[in-house]
Each structure stands twice: as structure tokens, then as C-alpha cells.
Design a protein around this ligand. Sequence first.
Ligand code: FNR
Length: 379
Amino acid sequence: QNEIYLHGLEDRLPPFTTDLTALESSARERLEDGPFWYVAGAAGSGATARANREAFDRHRLVPRMLTGATVRDLGTTVLGQRLPAPVLLAPVGVQSIVHPDGELATARAAAGLGVPMVLSTASSHTLEEVAEASGEGPRWFQLYWPNDDEVCVSILERARAHGYSTLVATLDTWTLAWRPNDLDRSYLPFIRGVGTAIPFSDPAFRAGLATTPEEDVIAAVLRWVPMFTGTDKTWDRLPFLREHWDGPIVLKGVQHPDDARRAADAGMDGVVVSNHGGRQVDGAVASLDVLPAVAAAAGDRLEVLFDSGVRTGADVLKALSLGARAVLVGRSYAYGLAHGGEEGVRHVLRCLLADLDLTLGLSGHRSPAELGPDALHFG
Ligand code: FNR
């Protein structure tokens, strides 16, 4: 903030808007139709995507005065890992659709700030390339759980060998939802982008093909589709993940308190309370509205992370007050990437963290650990 004021004295403006809620409309002007709707789109009528934002607007902070909040520390610990702030980058697939540098740009920006990036299985760069781009930065890996166990184990072993510390298994997207924005475009941007995705570079995946994916993308896509779509699992399959991943495991897409209890019973380490940014079940409840019940069910058996709808520092504060240990942001940084590659993602993260820091302090709190339900107004 001070940097911006000082640059203002020299008539220098920030490179992109600092209003993170306005990034979507400015991305609309920068991106072509297909890439824009790939990011902005939601399931069905968009009711759940809207509900996610409305839930944040319904909750209000109650600032406290004279608390000595001039000295603050945003740092927190998530699954045993010390983080500079309670913020992570959510897995967003095929980022080359919005910028040619894709996940490499995102990894560099995240690493520069020490913010963990959760790399999607549907990444448009290999996990080895992204690991190299992120250098010493903290990295997590998101799993779309394939039907082929050999391919699954092979991907998990590569991720582990390349320093991905935490596994995020996404449960809510075992098949893609009814997404008119993508269907109307025959998923074209997605299908084009996915040709370079992680599975295509996997030795176990390639071993099942007569030709290389470079020689015959269509054959590779035809092998990929049944392996990665229609992959619903049941709770009794979780020991398989435990067996093949020796770090923390987090289940993403949990919305019901009973599912949180089952995750804890299965020996999982955490959950992400998420409805995939409203991209899966249209008409599903706002993710923020189920957070308190899931957090209560998790108790001290699971760490609770949150996503879906986070755009501002105040949003982060609200989710933490309702029981999240940290939040993941999705579309916001994807729009940053669209605006300016690595610089765009860095801009979004710096704005979000500065906004969070100021709003935390002006609300009278010195650290995320001080937040609880009494930071919010009820009734
Ligand atoms: C996603 N999301 C997602 N989740 C996941 O587990 N694996 C993935 O590959 C993707 N891909 C993806 C692409 C795009 C373009 C978007 C917008 C989202 C969901 C993502 O991790 C997160 O749950 C939501 O984005 C959170 O909501 P907001 O922050 O976008 O409102």
C-alpha cells in the first residue's frame, strides 16, 4: 500500500487494478471468449457460484478498537508447515489456456512470496517442470484420482520425488458437471490445453499407448477420458491413498459434516470445504454456509481449509472466523495470470495479502489465530 502511495507521487500507477473483485470484468476485455468462460464459467445456471459470493456479503465483520493491532503477523501453520499467510493457490487446471507460461508463471510468483501452490493433475506443464520453476517454494499436489491404479501410483511417486509435500485429493469432480459455458464451446479450449497435461507425460500412461501423445493426441485423449472422467470412488478406497503417499492428505470438496467425520475416521489429515467455485453442483449450498458445521465436525481431528468465492482480504477474515485454518483462491489468480503471467499472479497475491493484513489490523486483530465467531456480527 505504501509502495503504491509513493509511486503515486511520481505519477506511477499499479500495473493492474487493485480491486480484485473487478479483475473478472477486466479479464473479459483481455481474453478471448473460450479462455474467459473456461475460468469464469460455472455449473448450470451459476446459482451456486453466485451463492458463494452472496454468503460472503451476508457475513459482516465487527471491528474492535484500541487492541494494539499496529503490530501484526499473518503467519500460520498448516499441516505442520509454517506459511507466511493463511492463503494458498487452489489447483486450477490447464493454465496455458489463459497464458502461455501457465503453471510455470504461477509457480514462480507463488514461490517468490512463499505461498504454496497446489498443482493440478490437469496441469499443462509436467510436475517436474513446475517443481523446477517453484525452486525452494512450498508445493502441494492435487490428485484427480484415475481409474488405473498403476497410473495413479506412478503420478503420486513422481510428485513425492519432486518435493510436493501435501496431497489434495479432489472428490467432487469425478466427472465434469453440466457446464453450459464449456458445452456451448464443445470444451474446445480445455481439450486443446489438456494435450500437454501431466498424465500425458506419465510413463505408466504412455506405456498403454501404441503411439506417443505427440504423434497422436486423439489416441491419448481417448485413453485419458475413461481413466480420468467417471472415476467415483468409495470411502473404502482411501487406504490406497494412505498406502501410496507418506505426507499429509487433504480431501477437497467436502460440504457435509458427516463426510468430514468419515475423512477423520479414514485417517485423513484435512479437508477443503469447497464446492469447486460453483463449477460442479448447480444449486448446491454456498461453501461458506457449511463451513461452521464442517469445522465443528472436524474438531481437532482434521485441519479445515476453505475455498469458493474468496476475492478480498475481508473474505479471508470471514472464512477464518468461521473455522478455516487457511483459504485457497482460484479464479482471482487465474485472472491475474491472464492479465500478466507471473507479474499478474504476483500482483493478485500481493494485493490480497496487503488487503488481508490491513483489514485484519483495522478489525482489531494481530494474527489469524485471534479470529473466531465473535469477530463477526450475527443476527
Ligand atoms: C478449478 N478448480 C480445480 N480444482 C481441482 O481440484 N482441480 C483442478 O484442476 C481445478 N481446475 C479449475 C480450473 C478453473 C479455471 C477454476 C476456476 C477452478 C477449482 C479450484 O481449485 C477451486 O476449488 C475454486 O476455483 C475456488 O473458487 P473461486 O476461488 O474460483 O471462487
